[in-house]
Design a protein around this ligand. Structure first.
Ligand SMILES: C[S@@+](CC[C@H](N)C(=O)[O-])C[C@H]1O[C@@H](n2cnc3c(N)ncnc32)[C@H](O)[C@@H]1O
Length: 262
């Protein structure tokens, strides 16, 4: 197995998603991820108070989150950092039409180019889980703690045990791991909530990961566009899955962890 290098990996993903018409979201784009995105915006991103704050997104990807905040919230200043040049280029294009300017930096989150406590609120969305090397993870959290004066909202996939992805590109840490590392920077865990997509995730994993990728042997790299048949198979039962997702509550997968400075 090839050693996972975040910069090389995400630069390649950034290239692939530029081939798609709609490219505001990093990673794969299919009906399940679109539904998940809609739920994420309503239940996670739009419930954060950005009003009149200096806001930093670490790992902005194609810029979809910053674009949404610029369009729907009244923050004072928007900042972003990302390790991949292709993501930086893509986000710059996606954010160009926004009236509120967004300051983007192509830089590794282990060394944030901002003074101590110069940001009111820092957030991540599925970024720390992609820093699988422990030292990298700890240093990124340390930097977030250094530059953030009030609140860090960390939205990452949670698991019951550390589990690596196929290419070693992600690790599902437990909430307690985040709690302990943020505590070292003087932040306490104030709230945790889960997105709850258990049933729809199960269906997506069965059809896309097991049948399409594994059994049919389709070599689909992350971010590449998919065909109409697999798109329909994933999307067809989603109206029913949406209802079942509400009924079947879970305490893993995408979580929103709110950390406040002590
Ligand atoms: C799954 S994508 C998420 C993008 C975005 N947050 C979103 O929700 O669409 C992960 C992003 O984190 C960035 N990233 C990963 N490790 C990083 C690091 N050490 N420093 C800065 N950015 C990083 C990647 O380049 C990629 O754009």
């Amino acid at each position: 197995m090839q050693e996972y290098d975040p910069e090389a990996y995400w630069s390649r993903v950034g290239q692939d998603i530029q081939k798609r018409g709609e490219n505001f979201v990093a990673g794969d784009d299919n009906p399940f991820y679109r539904y998940k995105r809609e739920k994420f915006l309503a239940r996670f991103l739009d419930t954060i108070d950005f009003e009149n704050k200096t806001v930093l997104e670490v790992g902005f990807g194609p810029g979809g989150n910053l674009r949404h905040i610029a369009q729907h919230h009244k923050s004072r200043k928007l900042l972003g950092v990302d390790i991949a040049q292709t993501m930086h280029d893509l986000a710059s294009r996606n954010l160009a039409p926004c009236r509120q300017p967004v300051e983007l930096h192509k830089i590794d989150g282990r060394e944030l180019p901002f003074p101590d406590k110069s940001v009111d609120l820092t957030f991540t969305v599925t970024v720390l889980q992609h820093n699988t090397i422990e030292d990298m993870f700890v240093r990124m959290v340390g930097e977030i703690g250094r530059v953030t004066s009030d609140e860090a909202v960390i939205m990452e996939d949670i698991g019951t045990s550390p589990k690596r992805g196929a290419e070693g590109s992600f690790v599902r840490r437990q909430v307690d791991v985040y709690r302990k590392v943020f505590a070292k920077s003087g932040f306490r865990l104030a709230d945790v909530s889960f997105l709850n997509t258990r049933v729809s995730s199960f269906w997506h994993n069965l059809v896309f990961l097991q049948l399409y990728k594994r059994l049919a042997g389709r070599r689909q790299t992350e971010g590449e566009p998919i065909g109409a048949v697999i798109r329909t198979l994933i999307g067809g039962p989603l109206p029913l899955m949406r209802i079942l997702d509400i009924l079947w509550v879970e305490k893993k997968h995408l979580a929103k962890m709110v950390f406040r400075r002590e």
